[in-house]
Design a protein around this ligand. Structure first.
Ligand SMILES: NC(=O)C1=CN([C@@H]2O[C@H](COP(=O)(O)OP(=O)(O)OC[C@H]3O[C@@H](n4cnc5c(N)ncnc54)[C@H](OP(=O)(O)O)[C@@H]3O)[C@@H](O)[C@H]2O)C=CC1
Ligand SMILES: Nc1nc(=O)c2c([nH]1)NC[C@@H]1CN(c3ccc(C(=O)N[C@@H](CCC(=O)O)C(=O)O)cc3)C=[N+]21
Ligand SMILES: [Mg+2]
Length: 291
């Protein structure tokens, strides 16, 4: 058996077309969607993601503002910029690229972003709303995964879903979205005693571990839908310099029913959901001001 490949790039392209139409309609009503992105420090991977986000905005007709700070910037400087962006009616979305240097209190930074402009969905109030299944900004990576699952037609209600990873930005919101969709969800992490016991029962398996090729075909139930969130740059071996996921694609594709590639899987969908959240925020702003 060879798995069907879930083409995140193609799906992202399709959804971005609809987003561009909505952005153009907003601009015509005098509410051009605008995303502000703050990058602190010079991590090369973060710089690539931020560049992809800004480029995605441009192609969709969303204005972007980019603010770069050195790794040793004083937190007060960033907090003052956030206050300014919160108060600026031309700005609809604010994103502070994670991770942050050690002098920052990550939770305090995320709380300092206005709930209405928190297009990452990381503010405690948006996290709480998601957990109560209320309208919220949904975190982009797990939201993109849900769109990819929907594109496969796999039934979510009653499915056994296993998420590997319990981070605030991927694993936990992923588990919440799958729970809200009616799956029976198991969350695994580094303390899980017998990981393969859990993963082999999964109709839907989401890997967000941060370890290259960690999930192998032997850990997968035949026919399962496998979503690979991981982005790892290989440092040695024959593929040094290349990107790979948390799933060992070659062995997994022999067993799974459908699988996402890396690159070209979850990454492009993450950015697409960020663009969508920015447009949603601008639509709400236009409605509030009667435009
Ligand atoms: N495609 C995209 O758009 C995005 C991709 N990513 C990528 O996804 C991956 C995960 O990101 P993120 O959630 O931020 O990572 P974190 O490092 O924050 O979380 C990793 C999780 O994996 C768990 N874990 C680590 N080792 C094991 C193990 N041996 N067995 C089981 N579980 C384990 C950890 O457990 P514990 O909690 O116990 O430490 C933790 O919960 C990374 O590769 C990242 O680059 C992230 C965001 C977006
Ligand atoms: N506040 C915040 N919000 C985030 O959404 C956020 C973050 N911080 N910190 C880091 C993670 C990671 N992340 C990715 C986004 C795009 C790709 C992406 O475009 N991936 C391409 C390849 C990129 C490459 O070539 O390196 C792909 O998979 O095809 C990957 C990863 C967002 N994150
Ligand atoms: Mg993390």
């Amino acid at each position: 058996m060879t798995a069907r490949i879930i083409d995140g790039k193609a799906l992202a392209e399709q959804v971005r077309g609809e987003i561009a139409t909505r952005a153009a309609a907003l601009a015509a009503r005098g509410e051009q969607p605008c995303l502000a992105v703050l990058l602190i420090g010079a991590d090369p991977a973060s710089a690539v993601y931020v560049r992809n986000k800004v480029a995605g905005c441009e192609k969709a007709g969303i204005r972007s503002l980019r603010f770069d700070y050195s790794a040793d910037v004083a937190p007060d400087v960033v907090m003052a910029k956030l206050a300014e962006l919160n108060a600026d009616p031309a700005v609809h979305g604010i994103l502070v690229q994670l991770p942050l240097p050690p002098q920052f209190d990550e939770a305090a930074v995320l709380e300092a972003i206005s709930v209405e402009k928190d297009v990452d969905g990381f503010h405690a109030e948006n996290v709480g709303r998601l957990s109560q299944n209320q309208e919220a900004f949904i975190p982009c990576t797990p939201h993109g995964v849900m769109k990819m699952l929907e594109s496969t037609g796999v039934p979510l209600a009653g499915a056994e879903a296993v998420v590997i990873g319990r981070s605030n930005i991927v694993g936990k919101p992923m588990a919440m979205l799958l729970t809200n969709a009616g799956a029976t969800v198991t969350v695994c992490h580094s303390k899980t005693r017998d990981l393969a016991f859990h993963t082999r029962r999964a109709d839907i398996l989401v890997a967000a571990v941060g370890k290259p090729r960690f999930v192998t075909g032997a850990m997968i139930k035949p026919g399962a839908v496998v979503i690979d969130v991981g982005i790892n740059r290989l440092t040695d071996g024959p593929d040094a310099g290349k990107l790979c996921g948390d799933v060992d694609f070659d062995s997994a594709a022999q067993v799974a029913g459908a699988i996402t590639p890396v690159p070209g899987g979850v990454g492009p969908m993450t950015i697409t959901m960020l663009l969508e959240n920015t447009v949603i925020s601008a639509e709400r702003a236009a409605r509030r001001s009667g435009r």
